[in-house]
Ligand binder design. Structure first.
Ligand code: FPP
Length: 259
């Protein structure tokens, strides 16, 4: 099932008006991919890392400036301990292994969520990767780790309330940009396109504030099978949408170009 997609030939021209500036992905289906092959779930996660590498490369080649991947949700702690442990190790190892290549390709790493609960090894790997890639500008790769949008919003509200108590901010003056500034994603543009693989049609507590006007693309393809064809299907669907941001059609002069 692919929801709400008018098949269009994607325009691969990398001019900004043809491409989403920010692509966010809910990578779903690793476990089912492995099960369908009679393999352990962790094998699906291993192949999921390969798919994340493909997505990063495709974004870099296409000229997309921001890629955000939902790697571990606040709710994923409910998985068996061994799977959580495996995922933590896999993420640390993958980051260590990919860091050189990411850096050479101008990728700036960014983390949202609270990875502190994953232990010292992953925390050290993350700090090192953040520092090494901090001046890169080609593609900002944000990995959501132990991330939940409701938790992010509660923390942001708490931060604003503290500023009010300290008389640095008046409750009446609180604006959308104050709230945005208190989110994990401050400094990032909102996603233009969200892709979810794995057949589920929901947001699962991902970037609830930031997705307010984002175009959504859902696919049955399981994440380890994510490939160039699916990437361009999603971009083509995005290019076929008219984004109105609440206005009526005629006011918006930004129909995406097609080949
Ligand atoms: C989704 O499948 C799996 C995850 C969200 C866990 C972690 C993701 C990866 C290992 C991909 C690589 C990511 C990075 C950033 C290197 P699932 O286990 O929910 O699958 P299921 O719905 O079929 O059970």
């Amino acid at each position: 099932m692919i929801i709400s997609v008018t098949p269009v030939t994607p325009n691969k021209d990398d001019s900004p008006e043809h491409l989403p500036q920010h692509l966010a992905i809910i990578m779903d289906g690793n476990g089912r991919w492995a099960k369908a092959r009679g393999q352990a779930r962790v094998q699906g996660h291993r192949r999921g890392v390969d798919a994340a590498r493909r997505a990063t490369t495709l974004c870099g080649e296409a000229g997309i400036r921001y890629l955000t991947l939902f790697a571990f949700s606040s709710e994923n702690w409910r998985r068996p301990d061994e799977e959580v442990h495996f995922l933590t190790q896999l993420l640390a190892l993958s980051l260590e292994k990919e860091l050189g290549r990411l850096h050479e390709n101008g990728v700036k790493l960014n983390i949202i969520g609270d990875p502190s609960s994953f232990g010292r090894k992953l925390a050290k790997t993350i700090d090192n990767a953040l520092e090494k890639t901090s001046n890169n500008t080609t593609l900002t790769l944000t990995i959501a780790l132990n991330y939940g949008a409701r938790q992010e919003l509660v923390s942001a509200v708490r931060r604003l309330a503290e500023s009010c108590v300290a008389n640095e901010l008046s409750p009446r003056a609180i604006s959308e940009s104050d709230l945005e500034g208190a989110l994990n994603t401050h400094g990032l543009p909102d996603p233009d396109l969200l892709v979810r693989t794995g057949g589920e049609v929901r947001l699962s507590n991902f970037l609830l504030w930031q997705l307010a006007y984002t175009e959504l693309f859902f696919s049955d393809v399981l994440w380890p099978d994510f490939n160039e064809a699916l990437f361009w299907d999603a971009i083509g669907a995005y290019q076929g949408r008219q984004r109105r941001f609440g206005q009526i059609g005629e006011q918006v002069d930004s129909q995406f170009g097609r080949r």
